[in-house]
Design a protein around this ligand. Structure first.
Ligand code: ATP
Ligand code: MG
Length: 261
């Protein structure tokens, strides 16, 4: 059965896209069939996967969502790009911002992405959705389509306030629109191992949420190697296979695989 995981945090630059790409390719390297969906007008996932000018793409998630909105058929495989590292992906670009605005007047506007993924999910073991840094209608679409949410949190400041808003939104979507939705866990990212931030933040999150929310055992260190992958257009497993970031993303992949389906 396919598991759909939204990677979300309305705070920008916390490592959502980096995690989506490296968890996705990690799962593919473990033999799983994986689709990555970019739900972000910035197009950074497309760039991270080697597409230099996402705004020049002819077919993106936007065209596919427009077809669903207009009740038109989507061809099998339409808009899906095969990546040499063993995953499929659907990129997005700036046009997604326009679509978000026009969703206001659409019937079932929260369900558009779910309707699309319902039609293709049988072909995949995992679908990961890379969300944008906002809690707008496209992110709500991702939460409605998902089974669970992975929340990357940057371990550089005390993030509980922003997390509360995100967790409240996830709760609301769970109650009103998608009873399947759960929180897969919080992943600490960009951890500076010379400081105690990661430990402090884990403790602070546990104080506020008790053991209700899983915090992944491993965390992703701050490393220029991770930052370089974005520009290189390849995963950390190719860019720096023996480094600590690749090792931590392999651990995360193992934890996600071990999580009961
Ligand atoms: N572990 C890391 N160490 C150092 N830099 C990192 C790490 N992970 C990601 N980065 C860099 O930080 C920046 C933000 O990362 P990323 O794009 O993954 O975050 P994001 O949450 O998707 O951002 P946005 O909210 O804009 O979509 C990028 O330049 C990326 O290369
Ligand atoms: Mg991103």
């Amino acid at each position: 059965m396919c598991r759909i995981i939204a990677i979300a945090n309305q705070k920008g630059g916390v490592g959502k896209t980096t995690t989506c790409v490296n968890l996705g390719i990690g799962l593919a390297r473990a033999g799983e069939k994986v689709l990555l969906v970019e739900a972000d007008a910035q197009g950074s996932m497309a760039v991270s996967l080697g597409i230099q000018e996402p705004d020049e793409l002819d077919v993106t998630l936007v065209n596919i969502m427009e077809k669903i909105i207009n009740d038109e058929d989507v061809e099998p495989g339409e808009g899906i790009i095969h990546h040499e590292e063993g995953i499929d992906f659907i990129p997005a670009n700036i046009e997604l911002a326009g679509l978000e605005t026009s969703l206001v007047n659409v019937m079932c506007r929260e369900q558009v992405l779910r309707l699309y993924l319902d039609g293709i999910k049988d072909g995949y073991d995992y679908i990961l959705i890379d969300c944008m840094p906002s809690l707008g209608m496209i992110t709500i679409n991702a939460l409605v389509a998902a089974d669970s949410v992975l929340i990357p949190v940057e371990a550089a400041y005390l993030p509980v306030k922003g997390l509360q808003q995100l967790i409240k939104t996830i709760g609301k979507v769970h109650r009103r629109l998608n009873p399947r939705l759960s929180i897969l866990g919080i992943l600490l990212t960009k951890v500076d191992r010379r400081t105690n931030f990661a430990k402090d933040i884990s403790e602070q999150i546990r104080e506020v949420y008790g053991n209700n929310i899983h915090i992944f055992e491993n965390c992703i260190p701050m490393s220029v190697r991770a930052a370089e992958t974005t520009a290189e257009g390849k995963s950390i497993y190719l860019h720096d296979p023996k480094g600590i970031v690749a090792e931590e993303y392999r651990h995360l992949t193992g934890e996600v695989l071990a999580d009961e389906k």
